[in-house]
Design a protein around this ligand. Structure first.
Ligand code: HEC
Ligand code: HEC
Length: 328
C-alpha cells in the first residue's frame, strides 16, 4: 500500500513537473550542506589533493601530452577557450569543452547527459580514443609505478593496488571542491545592496522576468539539470542519441551560468563567442528548427536590456583559483 501511494505521488510530481514549466526555483547561493557525497561522506583533504594531482597529470593520456586540465584549464574558466576541444592525438572533438564549476550539485553530466555521476564521468575521457586514448588496464600499472600514487591510494583507500574506481572517486572528489559561490550576485542577495550596480540589478529583473531565462536557468547554479533544444542546429542529435526519443533531437543539457564571463565560447558547438551574442540569439527566438523548445520565443529586448542582461551574467563571476599541484 505504502509503495503504491508513493508511486502515485511520484507520478503526480512528474506530471506536474512537465506541465508546469514556469515554476522556476528561486535564484540563490549554493549550500555546501546540500551536496550529496557518495556514502554521505565528504572527502578528506588528502583525497581531494590526490584527485587534483590526477587531474593535472599527463600520465592519464596514452602519449602523455594531455591532462584533464589541458582542456579544463582553471585559467580559462575550466574550459579551453576553443569552439571545440582537441584530443591528445591532435584530432578535433565534436563538442565544446564545458566548464566544471559547481558540478557537485549537478545530476547529469556531458552535454547529452550520458553520465549520471562525476565518478562515472571521469573514466570516459581517459579511455575515449578521441580524447586521452588511455585504456584503463594500461593506466593502472603506469600509476602503480609512481611511489606517490602507490602510497596515497593505499593510505586513502586501503589497498596496495590502484583500481579504476578509486581513480574515479579521487577525481570526482576534487571536482566537487570546485565551488564558485561568492559572486557580486551572492553578496547582493545576502543583503549587500551595493554589491551589484544598477545595470546588473535591472539585468537580474529581466533574467527572471521579461527575458524568461529562469524557465531553464534557475536555482543556485542557474540550471534545471534538464535538456532543451534552443534552436542552434540539428547536425548533432544531442540527447536523442541517449534516450532514442525524437523529441530530444538537438536537445542539450542546460549549462550552469556561474562564471559564464570566463568560459567563452558558448553552447555545445562553441558557435557563439560573446555573452552579448548569446543574448541576441535568444532575443530573436533562436534559429528556426523543427524541434525547438516552445519556451524559446522572440523576446523583444531593447539594446539597453540586452546589455543589462550581460551585466547580470557578469555579476555571477567568482573565480576559483587552484594551486597547481607538483606532479610526482
Ligand atoms: C581533449 C579535451 C578534454 C580532456 C583531455 C578532458 N575533457 Fe572533459 N570534456 C571535454 C569535452 C569536449 C566535454 C563535452 C563532451 C560531451 O558532452 O559530449 C567534456 C565534458 C566533461 C565533463 C562534463 C561537464 C558537464 O557539465 O556535464 C566533466 C565533468 C569532465 N569533462 C571532466 C573531465 C576529466 C575529469 C578529465 C580527465 C580525466 C577530462 N574531462 C578530460 C573535453 C576534455
Ligand atoms: C528553454 C530553456 C532555456 C531558456 C529559456 C534559456 N536557456 Fe540558456 N541555455 C539552455 C540550454 C539547453 C543551453 C545549451 C544549449 C546548447 O548548447 O545546445 C543554454 C546555454 C546558455 C548559455 C551558454 C553557456 C555555456 O556555458 O555555453 C548562456 C550564456 C545562456 N544559455 C544564457 C541564457 C539567458 C541569458 C537566457 C535568457 C535570455 C537563457 N539562457 C534562456 C536553455 C535555456
Amino acid at each position: 500500500m505504502r509503495i503504491s501511494v508513493s508511486l502515485y505521488i511520484t507520478l503526480f510530481a512528474l506530471l506536474f513537473a512537465t506541465t508546469n514549466a514556469s515554476a522556476a526555483v528561486a535564484l540563490t547561493t549554493p549550500e555546501l550542506d546540500e551536496i550529496e557525497y557518495p556514502e554521505d561522506e565528504p572527502p578528506t583533504i588528502e583525497e581531494i589533493n590526490l584527485g587534483k594531482t590526477l587531474f593535472f597529470d599527463k600520465r592519464l593520456s596514452a602519449n602523455q601530452t594531455q591532462s584533464c586540465a589541458t582542456c579544463h584549464n582553471p585559467d580559462l574558466g575550466f574550459g579551453d577557450g576553443m569552439a571545440k576541444g582537441i584530443g591528445s592525438e591532435g584530432n578535433s572533438l565534436s563538442r565544446n569543452t564545458p566548464h566544471i564549476y559547481n558540478l557537485a550539485w549537478a545530476a547529469v553530466f556531458f552535454w547529452d547527459g550520458r553520465s549520471a555521476s562525476l565518478e562515472d564521468q571521469a573514466l570516459g575521457p581517459i579511455q575515449a580514443e578521441g580524447e586521452m586514448n588511455m585504456p584503463i588496464e594500461d593506466l593502472l600499472p603506469r600509476l602503480q609505478q609512481v611511489p606517490f600514487y602507490q602510497q596515497q591510494f593505499k593510505a586513502i583507500y586501503g589497498s596496495a593496488t590502484i583500481g579504476a574506481d578509486e581513480i574515479a572517486r579521487a577525481i570526482a572528489a576534487f571536482e566537487r571542491s570546485i565551488v564558485s559561490s561568492n559572486s557580486a550576485f551572492d553578496r547582493y542577495i545576502a543583503g549587500n545592496k551595493a554589491a551589484m550596480g544598477p545595470a546588473s540589478i535591472r539585468g537580474m529583473q529581466l533574467f527572471e522576468g521579461k527575458a524568461k531565462c529562469t524557465q531553464c536557468h534557475d536555482g543556485a547554479n542557474f540550471t534545471d539539470d534538464s535538456f532543451h533544444n534552443i534552436g542552434l542546429g540539428i547536425e548533432d542529435e544531442g540527447r536523442q542519441k541517449i534516450t532514442h526519443n525524437k523529441r530530444m533531437a538537438g536537445a542539450f543539457k542546460t549549462p550552469g551560468l556561474r562564471n559564464s564571463s570566463l568560459t567563452a565560447p558558448y553552447f555545445h558547438d562553441g558557435s557563439v563567442t560573446t555573452l552579448e551574442e548569446v543574448i541576441r540569439f535568444y532575443n530573436k527566438g533562436g534559429n528556426t528548427h523543427q524541434n525547438k523548445d516552445q519556451l524559446i520565443q522572440p523576446l523583444n529586448l531593447t539594446d539597453q536590456e540586452i546589455m543589462d542582461l550581460v551585466a547580470f551574467l557578469g555579476a555571477l563571476t567568482s573565480e576559483v583559483t587552484v594551486d597547481r599541484p607538483t606532479i610526482p
